[in-house]
Design a protein around this ligand. Structure first.
Ligand SMILES: Cc1cc2nc3c(=O)[nH]c(=O)nc-3n(C[C@H](O)[C@H](O)[C@H](O)COP(=O)(O)OP(=O)(O)OC[C@H]3O[C@@H](n4cnc5c(N)ncnc54)[C@H](O)[C@@H]3O)c2cc1C
Length: 604
């Protein structure tokens, strides 16, 4: 094109961009089946149109850049080193629209900044962004806390709705969901903005107000992302999943409508939000969750036991399984036991509502048995059994004073003192995943005649990789009311028959394929990834066809519809089609995603 023609064309398209095109006209102009647009495509919105979105969102539209850009020009430069050390601070990552907590996954995905982001502060910003993405045929991404292992809140060439700035928290003494006044008694609750992370929620609910809300274990996971996936915390065997506590949500659906969703209004959509997966049914701008009376105490049991031979290790694991089945398979216990290569059993459990004497008495027989075995076993971390007042569980000042090694702080100048995270989660800040798989282990494996099979599978798996038994993520043995509440969610019903979620995973430090000097160590990563597969193969012998937790599962999960949601999948798909018939909201292995290619750009 000659210069004059270019100018004329540019002027025409700028003018066209400013005209308020009616939505139906735009939609009709797009033949069905056409791919979503990328920046190089002719259909990509003009500068003027982006500017209009910027105005509609009160100046909250930003072009997304990545802090890693400084590494492209100078991989060894100080500025790049600073970025990599900041990637070990999850608050730094969470506060940047160009970053996600996971840097990537071997052979699966790599974190990619979106083209633009709306840093939403108000529901109206979300409505404007949803309408813009739909009308301009864009790939839309929603991000809250940014902790998706599966890369579900990252896509190149997309428009990101970044919810981090929506961080209001309001407590209610007597909440009644809208339209439910006739059938629902008022109850204590908390309303949480879509950008809130769990540490902030616990601080507001427990530290400041002495109540309990069921959230997640990791302090910096987003509240909404966790609830939408199901959501387990240390005490889920007592209180159920976070999703089961949902009383109401404000949701912007694909048609741009803002809907108040609860058991009286849009009950199908409400059910789908309780574990149907984030980024799928709409943008949740606010959640209201039931709160509970605090138990008097929370407790911790920590120890690491090494066995001197394979035979001794098999006995140790067998004894622990017996002990768990007989004494710990109750609503009181949660968190993790690691069965590790090198014949190591690492116990990191939490309890609720058991005082110091009760907890010590429970553990005495097991500790006695280990002690009596003489040279067969040695503690590399001596047993600690400890209880604390429940109100101090998430109090940063209390933890700093009593157990400073348990937490790390947001070290940016001026960061709030409450911005803390568990030291145990440091490895996952910015991590690059080699492999990650999970299965729900059915409680039938705790029957006396099945325990041998379970122990053998655990020992065989641990020859290859660490098996993490997350007891709080299987609800068998839990409180009946907690189990009943989870039955009313769409999480795979296998969760209530499982005593634990077994996770086998491997990771390395932050790494980015294609970023010179900061690539993953592919040789090691592949070897460790294979070990995870072998270990999981051993576990699957004991639990064939077991389901898996959508938020903590393999990127390559086969039969993901059944693994995540079991018999609920057809109903979820019908709800997806009702509220998002054109598939505006896409995440890999999300409900309805089988209609799209791997990156969600083209209908298949
Ligand atoms: C270090 C770490 C620890 C974890 N610990 C736990 C744990 O203890 N218990 C547990 O159950 N899970 C845990 N998880 C898994 C976690 O619950 C999920 O990854 C969760 O989806 C993360 O939510 P997010 O908002 O932080 O992440 P994001 O990546 O922002 O979002 C996750 C998904 O939800 C969507 N989404 C987020 N917000 C919204 C919204 N407001 N509306 C609609 N869609 C939305 C995103 O599009 C994406 O698909 C952990 C994950 C990590 C990385």
């Amino acid at each position: 094109m000659r210069r004059r023609q270019v100018l004329k064309a540019a002027a025409a398209s700028a003018l066209q961009a400013l005209l308020p095109l009616p939505r139906p006209a735009l939609a009709a102009a797009r033949p069905p089946g056409v791919a979503r647009v990328r920046p190089a495509d002719p259909g990509w919105p003009s500068e003027a149109r982006w500017n209009a979105l910027g105005r509609d969102t009160g100046g909250r539209l930003v072009r997304v850049t990545s802090p890693l850009d400084v590494c492209r020009s100078g991989p060894g430069a100080e500025a790049c080193r600073d970025v990599f050390s900041a990637l070990k601070n999850p608050y730094y990552i969470g506060d940047h629209p160009g970053l996600t907590q996971t840097s990537g996954w071997l052979g699966a995905w790599t974190a990619q900044p979106s083209a633009y982001a709306v840093a939403a502060r108000e529901t109206a910003d979300v409505v404007a962004a949803v309408n813009f993405a739909r009308d301009n045929n864009l790939r839309l991404v929603i991000r809250g806390g940014g902790h998706s292992y599966l890369g579900a809140s990252s896509a190149a060439d997309s428009l990101l709705i970044w919810l981090r700035p929506m961080h209001e928290i309001t407590l209610h003494d007597a909440f009644v969901a809208q339209g439910c006044a006739d059938g629902q008694p008022p109850q204590a609750a908390v309303s949480i903005g879509a950008g809130v992370v769990w540490m902030a929620a616990y601080n507001a609910v427990t530290t400041q107000r002495g109540r309990y809300v069921q959230g997640g274990g990791c302090a910096t996971v987003g509240a909404a992302g966790l609830v939408l996936g199901g959501g387990f915390g240390s005490y889920s065997k007592r209180y159920g999943t976070a999703a089961a506590s949902l009383l109401e949500a404000e949701v912007v659906t694909a048609d741009g409508a803002t809907r108040i969703v609860n058991s009286c209004s849009h009950p199908g959509l409400f059910w789908a939000l309780k574990g149907g997966g984030g980024g799928t049914f709409g943008v949740v701008t606010r959640l209201t969750l039931r709160t509970h009376d605090l138990p008097r105490v929370f407790g911790f049991v920590v120890m690491t036991i090494g066995a001197s031979s394979d035979a001794a290790f098999a006995r140790l694991v067998g004894r622990f399984v017996d002990f768990y089945a007989g004494s710990l398979h109750t609503p009181h216990w949660g968190e993790i036991v690691n069965v590790k290569p090198g014949n190591i059993l690492d116990i990191q459990l939490s309890s609720q509502d058991l005082d110091q004497q009760q907890a010590e008495a429970l553990w005495r027989p097991f500790l006695q048995w280990v002690g009596d075995a003489g040279a067969d076993f040695a503690f590399s971390t001596a047993p600690t059994i400890r209880t604390i007042p429940a109100a101090d569980r998430w109090d940063a000042a209390f933890i700093r004073a009593r157990a400073p090694a348990a937490i790390l702080s947001d070290d940016r100048p001026g960061a709030p003192a409450d911005n803390v995270f568990w030291s145990a989660n440091l490895g996952e800040a910015g991590h690059f995943i080699d492999n990650f798989e999970s299965v729900w282990l059915p409680a039938s494996l705790l029957e006396p005649h099945e325990r041998g099979r379970l122990s053998e599978a655990l020992v065989a798996a641990a020859r290859f990789s660490t098996v993490e038994l997350h007891f709080q993520k299987g609800l068998a043995g839990g409180a009946p009311d907690a189990i009943e509440s989870v039955r009313n969610t769409c999480t795979n019903p296998a969760v209530v028959d499982a005593f634990a979620l077994a996770i086998v995973a491997s990771e390395g430090p932050p790494a980015f394929p294609g970023l010179r000097g900061h690539e993953p160590d592919y040789v090691q990563a592949r070897r460790r990834a294979d070990d995870v597969t072998r270990a999981m193969g051993e576990l699957r012998k004991a639990a064939p066809n077991a389901g898996s937790y959508v938020a903590e599962s393999s990127y390559f999960e086969r039969e993901w519809q059944t693994a995540y949601w079991g018999r609920h999948y057809p109903r979820l798909l019908a709800i997806k089609r009702k509220y998002d018939p054109a598939g505006l909201f896409f995440v890999r292995h999300g409900v309805g995603s089988e209609a799209w290619d791997a990156d969600g750009f083209r209908r298949i």
